[in-house]
Design a protein around this ligand. Structure first.
Ligand code: HEM
Length: 502
């Protein structure tokens, strides 16, 4: 795999090349958007400069636009197109209500992840694997909860064995491994989910996808096939390694079916089963199944493991909540154990985790939509086809209009709102809307959020019941790392655990 500096140099060269093309691009012409406010430099070279200011974190045009033009549509430079940002209830509603052939989530994923080059061409023309997440998992989460609980507890206890004295463990690595195991338990079953080599392949594949997508995204259209070939064969190689694990598992399942019948009592009902049985006939090859599996793991595991790591950092940082959370959790667990129903009753815990998500997860850009047909908002402004529309998730989550003292971690913020308004639904982690956008909004809102909520709650319950936890350096929360629009938890810091003392 090429080194980071080679990737960067290649990226910069391609950007320079492409800047020339931008001159002629109609979509970037400011005069086409008379009613739209522009934030940051404009014009061909201004856009390039603005793009680098944004990329390198010198300016935050989304936040600037949000503060200055709240409720209006504004445009920011993102080099090859304009990115239009919507804020305020009405414009976000317009996006939510738009049809898929006007504003497309898959169009924006296709572009952002360069799926024609990183996965397979046309994968998003029929993203049935996404639908299977809902059908195989979300709608059956109650049935699969015991596996989730078992995997959370076994994986965490193996990675962080309870000790009498304080011991430091790498927070990010631990979070990643636990989440990968749980997700793969639900996607491919109990044997493969524990296979360290397979989990590592998932991790490497996800990493390679992100890096390759970044370079391919910088590459002008006509050069993409060439650059894609130059970018070595890392993704195909990793895919082949994954197929070496998935192939025998498929064979094993087919053998069982031959022996015990199609619907034998011990038959798995995970994502792999759905892909084997319900994918279109032309997509039932080992390669097609493996690509869909890895693509779904990618969507699921990276954001979920970041969220878990951040929640653990917050638990250690704001340790005054520990006793209050234990007071809520313990009687429920004593009475009912850790079940899907019992964790639903833990609304202070829900609030604590949601506050962690609000402050740290998601990113500056939410609800991305590629404009497939010129789109006119309810205020009369029009965005031309070919551009992208986003909502400013991070700015919304840090807006005092919605969240008093928005930069303060208030672990019981949502629990209080729930009590004051006697509304058990609206303030839960899984509830989406124009003021809580980390799972998107509308018909495409993340179907994995039910799993995320169950996983994070189970994890934190297990930690609170089994361990004491603290920061490595008292009072110093490890600093997040930003990747342009997306925050990630600190990847090198540790967290201290010991067997619970009282
Ligand atoms: C903290 C963790 C997660 C975050 C922050 C997150 C966030 C998102 C967001 C923002 C979207 C786009 C929604 C929109 O634009 O309206 C999305 C879509 C999606 N997510 Fe998640 N996600 C997470 C975890 C998961 C997990 C665990 C799974 C699978 C088990 C998953 C599966 C999906 C799928 C399949 C879609 C596409 C939905 C569609 O086709 O309409 N996500 N997610």
């Amino acid at each position: 795999m090429a080194s980071s500096s080679t990737w960067l140099a290649l990226g910069i060269a391609l950007v320079a090349l492409y800047a020339a093309r931008c001159v002629a691009d109609d979509r970037l012409t400011k005069s086409k958007y008379k009613d739209v406010v522009f934030v940051g430099p404009t014009g061909t070279f201004g856009t390039v400069i603005g793009f680098f200011q944004l990329l390198l974190g010198f300016r935050d045009f989304i936040q600037e636009g949000f503060e200055q033009h709240y409720g209006k549509l504004f445009a920011i430079p993102t080099l090859f197109q304009m990115t239009f940002v919507v804020s305020g209830h009405d414009l976000i509603e317009d996006v939510r209500k738009a049809s898929d052939d006007q504003l497309s989530l898959y169009g924006s994923i296709k572009e952002g992840m360069q799926t024609d080059y990183t996965m397979e061409p046309h994968i998003l023309e029929n993203p049935y694997h996404f639908k299977f997440v809902h059908l195989a998992l979300t709608s059956n989460l109650g049935g699969r909860f015991p596996e989730l609980r078992e995997e959370v507890i076994t994986a965490f206890s193996e990675l962080v064995p309870p000790t009498d004295s304080w011991t430091s463990f790498p927070a990010w690595l631990t979070g990643k491994h636990v989440v990968l195991r749980v997700i793969n338990r639900l996607f491919v079953g109990p044997s493969l989910c524990k296979n360290a080599a397979y989990n590592e392949i998932n991790d490497i594949y996800s990493d390679a996808l992100v890096k390759t997508a970044l370079i391919m995204g910088f590459t002008p259209g006509p050069l993409k096939p060439i650059v894609s070939k130059l970018l070595d064969s890392y993704i195909p190689k990793t895919l082949r390694r994954a197929m070496e694990h998935i192939g025998p598992l498929i064979e094993e399942r087919l053998d069982q079916e031959r022996m015990f019948g199609k619907d034998w009592p011990g038959k798995s009902n995970d994502l792999l089963t759905w892909l084997m049985e319900k994918a279109p006939e032309s997509e039932k090859s080992l390669k097609a199944i493996t690509i869909r599996l890895l693509a779904t793991v990618f969507a699921a595991y990276r954001p979920a493991s970041m969220a878990l790591t951040q929640a653990l950092f917050d638990l250690a940082t704001f340790s005054s909540y520990i006793q209050e959370l234990r007071d809520e959790i313990e009687p429920i667990v004593k009475e009912e154990g850790i079940t899907k129903e019992s964790i639903n009753k833990m609304y202070k815990l829900d609030s604590f985790i949601k506050e962690s998500l609000r402050l740290r997860a998601g990113g500056k850009s939410s609800m991305p939509r590629k404009v497939l047909k010129d789109f006119t908002f309810s205020d009369g402004t029009t965005v031309l086809a070919g551009n992208t529309i986003i909502a400013p998730g991070y700015a919304i989550h840090h807006d005092a209009r919605h969240y008093p003292n928005p930069n303060e971690f208030d672990g019981l913020r949502f629990a209080r709102l729930r009590e004051e308004q006697d509304d058990p639904v609206r303030y839960q982690i899984i509830s989406v809307g124009p003021t809580f956008m980390m799972f998107g909004n509308g018909r495409h809102a993340c179907p994995g959020r039910f799993l995320v909520s169950a996983l994070l709650k189970t994890m934190i319950v297990h930690v609170l019941m089994t361990y004491d936890i603290k920061l490595e350096q008292d009072g110093v929360r490890p600093v997040d790392k930003w990747y342009t629009f997306t925050p990630a938890p600190n990847q090198t810091a540790g967290l201290m655990f010991r067997k619970r003392a009282k």
